[in-house]
Design a protein. Sequence first.
Length: 318
Amino acid sequence: MVSSYRQPMLHRSVTWIVAAVFLFGTLTVLWPTHRASATATPKVLLALGDSLAAGYQPSFGTSLPPINPSSGYRDGGFPGSYAADLASTRGLRLVDLGCPGETTASMLGTPAQRQCARLYSAEFAAHSQLGAAETFLSRNTGQVALVTIDVGVNDLLHCVSTSQVSAACLQKNNVATQRNLAGILRSLIASLHRSDPRGRVVAMNYYDPFLGLAYSPGSTQGTKLALASLAATNAFNVELSDTYRNFAVSVANIAGAFRTNTALPLAHYGGKVLPLDVISICKLTWMCPVQSQHGRDIHPNLAGYRTIAGAFEQKVGS
Protein backbone atom coordinates (compact mmCIF):
# COMPACT_ATOMS: atom_id res chain seq x y z
CA MET A 1 0.00 0.00 0.00
CA VAL A 2 1.37 3.81 0.02
CA SER A 3 4.95 5.05 0.15
CA SER A 4 5.57 3.45 3.53
CA TYR A 5 5.50 0.11 1.71
CA ARG A 6 9.00 0.91 0.62
CA GLN A 7 10.18 0.52 4.16
CA PRO A 8 11.82 -2.78 5.08
CA MET A 9 9.50 -5.56 6.11
CA LEU A 10 9.46 -9.23 6.62
CA HIS A 11 9.55 -13.22 11.78
CA ARG A 12 7.64 -15.04 13.92
CA SER A 13 7.66 -14.14 17.64
CA VAL A 14 9.34 -15.99 20.51
CA THR A 15 5.82 -16.91 21.63
CA TRP A 16 5.15 -18.75 18.36
CA ILE A 17 8.49 -20.59 18.53
CA VAL A 18 7.62 -21.84 22.02
CA ALA A 19 4.14 -22.78 20.81
CA ALA A 20 5.56 -24.72 17.88
CA VAL A 21 7.88 -26.68 20.17
CA PHE A 22 4.97 -27.45 22.49
CA LEU A 23 2.78 -28.53 19.58
CA PHE A 24 5.42 -30.86 18.20
CA GLY A 25 5.98 -32.39 21.61
CA THR A 26 2.25 -32.91 22.06
CA LEU A 27 1.87 -34.62 18.69
CA THR A 28 4.82 -36.90 19.46
CA VAL A 29 3.11 -38.09 22.61
CA LEU A 30 -0.31 -38.58 21.01
CA TRP A 31 0.85 -40.42 17.89
CA PRO A 32 3.54 -43.10 17.59
CA THR A 33 6.69 -42.01 15.78
CA HIS A 34 6.14 -44.53 12.96
CA ARG A 35 3.23 -42.36 11.75
CA ALA A 36 5.46 -39.26 11.36
CA SER A 37 6.48 -40.25 7.87
CA ALA A 38 6.38 -38.74 4.41
CA THR A 39 2.61 -39.28 4.45
CA ALA A 40 2.13 -37.05 7.52
CA THR A 41 -0.16 -34.03 7.23
CA PRO A 42 1.65 -31.06 5.60
CA LYS A 43 2.87 -28.62 8.20
CA VAL A 44 4.00 -25.38 6.49
CA LEU A 45 2.22 -22.13 5.73
CA LEU A 46 4.09 -20.26 2.99
CA ALA A 47 3.21 -16.55 3.05
CA LEU A 48 3.81 -14.51 -0.09
CA GLY A 49 3.14 -10.93 -1.07
CA ASP A 50 3.89 -7.41 0.08
CA SER A 51 4.32 -5.69 3.45
CA LEU A 52 0.97 -6.97 4.69
CA ALA A 53 2.20 -10.54 4.31
CA ALA A 54 5.32 -9.58 6.23
CA GLY A 55 3.31 -7.90 9.01
CA TYR A 56 4.94 -4.48 8.83
CA GLN A 57 3.88 -1.67 11.16
CA PRO A 58 5.35 1.86 11.26
CA SER A 59 6.47 1.27 14.84
CA PHE A 60 9.10 -1.11 13.38
CA GLY A 61 10.73 1.81 11.57
CA THR A 62 13.49 0.67 9.25
CA SER A 63 14.31 -2.46 11.25
CA LEU A 64 14.39 -5.83 9.52
CA PRO A 65 12.50 -8.91 10.69
CA PRO A 66 14.46 -11.03 13.16
CA ILE A 67 16.50 -13.98 11.99
CA ASN A 68 14.68 -17.30 12.05
CA PRO A 69 16.85 -19.55 14.23
CA SER A 70 15.67 -22.69 12.43
CA SER A 71 16.78 -21.46 9.00
CA GLY A 72 19.35 -18.77 9.79
CA TYR A 73 17.51 -16.31 7.50
CA ARG A 74 14.98 -13.51 7.90
CA ASP A 75 12.19 -15.65 6.48
CA GLY A 76 9.54 -15.46 9.20
CA GLY A 77 8.18 -11.93 8.85
CA PHE A 78 7.50 -9.55 11.73
CA PRO A 79 5.85 -10.64 14.99
CA GLY A 80 2.11 -10.10 14.95
CA SER A 81 1.60 -10.59 11.23
CA TYR A 82 -1.62 -12.09 9.96
CA ALA A 83 0.43 -14.97 8.56
CA ALA A 84 1.92 -15.67 11.99
CA ASP A 85 -1.53 -15.61 13.62
CA LEU A 86 -2.99 -17.88 10.94
CA ALA A 87 -0.09 -20.32 11.16
CA SER A 88 -0.48 -20.50 14.93
CA THR A 89 -4.23 -21.10 14.68
CA ARG A 90 -3.79 -23.81 12.04
CA GLY A 91 -0.86 -25.51 13.81
CA LEU A 92 1.51 -24.81 10.92
CA ARG A 93 5.13 -23.70 10.69
CA LEU A 94 5.47 -20.29 9.03
CA VAL A 95 7.80 -19.41 6.19
CA ASP A 96 7.20 -15.78 5.23
CA LEU A 97 8.72 -14.42 2.02
CA GLY A 98 6.63 -11.25 1.86
CA CYS A 99 8.50 -8.19 0.59
CA PRO A 100 7.79 -4.50 1.22
CA GLY A 101 6.61 -2.59 -1.79
CA GLU A 102 6.25 -5.73 -3.89
CA THR A 103 4.17 -5.32 -7.03
CA THR A 104 2.97 -7.99 -9.41
CA ALA A 105 5.82 -7.03 -11.74
CA SER A 106 8.53 -7.16 -9.07
CA MET A 107 7.20 -10.48 -7.76
CA LEU A 108 7.89 -11.89 -11.19
CA GLY A 109 11.20 -10.08 -11.61
CA THR A 110 13.51 -7.90 -9.50
CA PRO A 111 12.32 -7.70 -5.87
CA ALA A 112 11.07 -4.36 -4.62
CA GLN A 113 13.63 -4.25 -1.79
CA ARG A 114 17.32 -5.02 -1.75
CA GLN A 115 17.07 -7.05 1.45
CA CYS A 116 14.42 -9.23 -0.20
CA ALA A 117 16.71 -9.86 -3.17
CA ARG A 118 19.49 -10.85 -0.77
CA LEU A 119 17.19 -13.25 1.10
CA TYR A 120 15.87 -14.95 -2.04
CA SER A 121 19.37 -15.28 -3.49
CA ALA A 122 21.10 -16.51 -0.33
CA GLU A 123 18.46 -18.99 0.84
CA PHE A 124 17.02 -20.17 -2.47
CA ALA A 125 19.45 -19.08 -5.22
CA ALA A 126 16.43 -17.29 -6.72
CA HIS A 127 16.12 -13.87 -8.33
CA SER A 128 12.48 -13.15 -7.45
CA GLN A 129 9.92 -13.85 -4.75
CA LEU A 130 8.04 -16.19 -7.07
CA GLY A 131 11.27 -18.03 -7.88
CA ALA A 132 12.07 -18.34 -4.17
CA ALA A 133 8.58 -19.71 -3.50
CA GLU A 134 8.89 -22.28 -6.28
CA THR A 135 12.27 -23.39 -4.99
CA PHE A 136 10.91 -23.72 -1.45
CA LEU A 137 8.02 -25.84 -2.72
CA SER A 138 10.33 -28.12 -4.69
CA ARG A 139 12.54 -28.62 -1.64
CA ASN A 140 9.61 -29.38 0.67
CA THR A 141 7.51 -31.87 -1.24
CA GLY A 142 4.34 -32.77 0.60
CA GLN A 143 5.07 -30.35 3.46
CA VAL A 144 3.21 -27.18 2.38
CA ALA A 145 -0.42 -27.24 3.44
CA LEU A 146 -1.25 -23.65 2.66
CA VAL A 147 0.05 -20.73 0.60
CA THR A 148 -1.32 -17.25 1.32
CA ILE A 149 -0.83 -14.41 -1.12
CA ASP A 150 -1.60 -10.69 -1.18
CA VAL A 151 -0.18 -8.68 -4.04
CA GLY A 152 -1.35 -6.07 -6.52
CA VAL A 153 -2.27 -3.03 -4.48
CA ASN A 154 1.23 -1.54 -4.74
CA ASP A 155 0.81 -1.53 -8.52
CA LEU A 156 -1.84 1.16 -8.12
CA LEU A 157 -0.75 3.17 -5.09
CA HIS A 158 0.92 5.85 -7.15
CA CYS A 159 -2.54 6.55 -8.59
CA VAL A 160 -3.97 7.32 -5.13
CA SER A 161 -2.66 9.75 -2.54
CA THR A 162 -3.84 11.96 0.27
CA SER A 163 -4.46 14.72 -2.29
CA GLN A 164 -5.90 13.01 -5.40
CA VAL A 165 -7.29 9.84 -6.96
CA SER A 166 -6.53 9.37 -10.66
CA ALA A 167 -9.15 7.20 -12.34
CA ALA A 168 -7.22 7.18 -15.62
CA CYS A 169 -4.05 5.98 -13.88
CA LEU A 170 -5.97 3.25 -12.06
CA GLN A 171 -7.60 1.98 -15.23
CA LYS A 172 -4.34 1.96 -17.19
CA ASN A 173 -2.32 0.12 -14.55
CA ASN A 174 -4.99 -2.40 -13.54
CA VAL A 175 -4.79 -4.18 -16.90
CA ALA A 176 -1.11 -4.97 -16.41
CA THR A 177 -1.71 -5.88 -12.77
CA GLN A 178 -4.29 -8.55 -13.59
CA ARG A 179 -2.13 -9.93 -16.40
CA ASN A 180 0.88 -10.22 -14.09
CA LEU A 181 -1.22 -11.71 -11.30
CA ALA A 182 -2.49 -14.39 -13.67
CA GLY A 183 1.12 -15.27 -14.55
CA ILE A 184 2.03 -15.50 -10.87
CA LEU A 185 -0.91 -17.74 -10.05
CA ARG A 186 -0.33 -20.00 -13.03
CA SER A 187 3.26 -20.73 -11.97
CA LEU A 188 2.58 -20.81 -8.23
CA ILE A 189 -0.35 -23.23 -8.41
CA ALA A 190 1.52 -25.54 -10.76
CA SER A 191 4.50 -25.62 -8.39
CA LEU A 192 2.29 -26.22 -5.34
CA HIS A 193 0.42 -29.07 -7.00
CA ARG A 194 3.68 -30.71 -8.03
CA SER A 195 4.75 -30.47 -4.39
CA ASP A 196 1.41 -31.61 -2.98
CA PRO A 197 -1.90 -31.79 -4.89
CA ARG A 198 -3.70 -31.29 -1.58
CA GLY A 199 -2.07 -27.91 -0.94
CA ARG A 200 -4.23 -24.77 -1.11
CA VAL A 201 -3.66 -21.20 -2.22
CA VAL A 202 -5.78 -18.58 -0.46
CA ALA A 203 -5.63 -14.92 -1.46
CA MET A 204 -7.21 -11.73 -0.11
CA ASN A 205 -8.88 -8.56 -1.26
CA TYR A 206 -8.06 -5.17 0.25
CA TYR A 207 -9.41 -2.70 2.76
CA ASP A 208 -9.31 1.00 1.84
CA PRO A 209 -6.93 2.89 4.15
CA PHE A 210 -7.77 6.22 2.53
CA LEU A 211 -11.19 6.15 4.13
CA GLY A 212 -9.22 7.60 7.03
CA LEU A 213 -9.04 10.89 5.12
CA ALA A 214 -12.68 11.42 6.07
CA TYR A 215 -11.41 11.69 9.65
CA SER A 216 -8.27 13.68 8.93
CA PRO A 217 -8.13 16.13 7.24
CA GLY A 218 -11.89 15.58 7.13
CA SER A 219 -14.08 18.39 5.81
CA THR A 220 -15.49 18.34 2.29
CA GLN A 221 -12.14 17.65 0.63
CA GLY A 222 -11.23 14.74 2.90
CA THR A 223 -14.65 13.16 2.43
CA LYS A 224 -14.46 13.61 -1.34
CA LEU A 225 -11.07 11.87 -1.50
CA ALA A 226 -12.27 9.07 0.77
CA LEU A 227 -15.28 8.40 -1.46
CA ALA A 228 -13.15 8.42 -4.62
CA SER A 229 -10.69 6.02 -3.03
CA LEU A 230 -13.52 3.75 -1.90
CA ALA A 231 -14.87 3.54 -5.45
CA ALA A 232 -11.38 2.67 -6.72
CA THR A 233 -10.90 0.01 -4.03
CA ASN A 234 -14.25 -1.60 -4.82
CA ALA A 235 -13.45 -1.75 -8.53
CA PHE A 236 -9.99 -3.21 -7.86
CA ASN A 237 -11.38 -5.85 -5.52
CA VAL A 238 -13.85 -6.94 -8.18
CA GLU A 239 -11.00 -7.34 -10.68
CA LEU A 240 -8.96 -9.29 -8.13
CA SER A 241 -11.86 -11.61 -7.38
CA ASP A 242 -12.38 -12.32 -11.07
CA THR A 243 -8.71 -13.16 -11.60
CA TYR A 244 -8.55 -15.41 -8.53
CA ARG A 245 -11.80 -17.12 -9.54
CA ASN A 246 -10.27 -18.01 -12.90
CA PHE A 247 -7.66 -20.05 -11.02
CA ALA A 248 -10.06 -21.48 -8.42
CA VAL A 249 -8.29 -19.55 -5.66
CA SER A 250 -10.35 -18.72 -2.57
CA VAL A 251 -10.35 -15.08 -1.47
CA ALA A 252 -10.43 -13.94 2.16
CA ASN A 253 -12.80 -10.98 2.44
CA ILE A 254 -10.58 -8.42 4.15
CA ALA A 255 -12.71 -5.56 2.84
CA GLY A 256 -15.71 -7.03 4.62
CA ALA A 257 -13.75 -7.70 7.80
CA PHE A 258 -12.77 -4.00 7.87
CA ARG A 259 -16.47 -3.05 7.38
CA THR A 260 -15.71 -1.45 4.01
CA ASN A 261 -18.89 0.01 2.43
CA THR A 262 -20.74 -0.18 5.75
CA ALA A 263 -21.44 3.48 6.42
CA LEU A 264 -24.24 3.11 8.97
CA PRO A 265 -24.74 3.54 11.77
CA LEU A 266 -22.85 6.79 12.21
CA ALA A 267 -20.94 6.92 15.48
CA HIS A 268 -18.68 9.17 17.52
CA TYR A 269 -14.93 8.75 17.17
CA GLY A 270 -12.13 11.17 18.02
CA GLY A 271 -14.57 13.97 18.64
CA LYS A 272 -16.34 13.54 15.29
CA VAL A 273 -19.42 11.77 13.96
CA LEU A 274 -18.27 9.37 11.24
CA PRO A 275 -19.43 6.43 9.09
CA LEU A 276 -18.74 2.98 10.51
CA ASP A 277 -16.22 2.02 7.81
CA VAL A 278 -14.19 5.18 8.48
CA ILE A 279 -14.10 4.40 12.20
CA SER A 280 -13.03 0.84 11.42
CA ILE A 281 -10.07 2.11 9.39
CA CYS A 282 -9.13 4.46 12.22
CA LYS A 283 -9.23 1.62 14.75
CA LEU A 284 -7.48 -1.05 12.65
CA THR A 285 -4.77 0.96 10.86
CA TRP A 286 -2.39 3.86 11.53
CA MET A 287 -4.27 6.27 9.26
CA CYS A 288 -5.89 8.45 11.93
CA PRO A 289 -3.71 10.69 14.13
CA VAL A 290 -5.60 9.75 17.29
CA GLN A 291 -4.22 6.20 16.85
CA SER A 292 -0.74 6.98 15.55
CA GLN A 293 2.36 8.58 17.02
CA HIS A 294 4.30 7.83 13.85
CA GLY A 295 2.35 9.92 11.37
CA ARG A 296 -0.36 8.73 9.01
CA ASP A 297 0.37 5.21 7.68
CA ILE A 298 -1.75 2.80 5.66
CA HIS A 299 -0.60 -0.40 7.37
CA PRO A 300 -2.72 -2.31 9.87
CA ASN A 301 -1.97 -2.13 13.57
CA LEU A 302 -1.92 -5.29 15.67
CA ALA A 303 -5.73 -5.37 15.88
CA GLY A 304 -5.88 -4.92 12.11
CA TYR A 305 -3.56 -7.84 11.46
CA ARG A 306 -5.61 -10.02 13.79
CA THR A 307 -8.71 -9.02 11.86
CA ILE A 308 -7.04 -10.04 8.59
CA ALA A 309 -5.96 -13.34 10.14
CA GLY A 310 -9.54 -13.98 11.24
CA ALA A 311 -10.83 -13.43 7.70
CA PHE A 312 -8.23 -15.85 6.36
CA GLU A 313 -9.12 -18.42 8.99
CA GLN A 314 -12.80 -18.15 8.09
CA LYS A 315 -11.96 -18.84 4.43
CA VAL A 316 -9.41 -21.58 5.09
CA GLY A 317 -11.76 -23.34 7.48
CA SER A 318 -14.68 -23.29 5.08
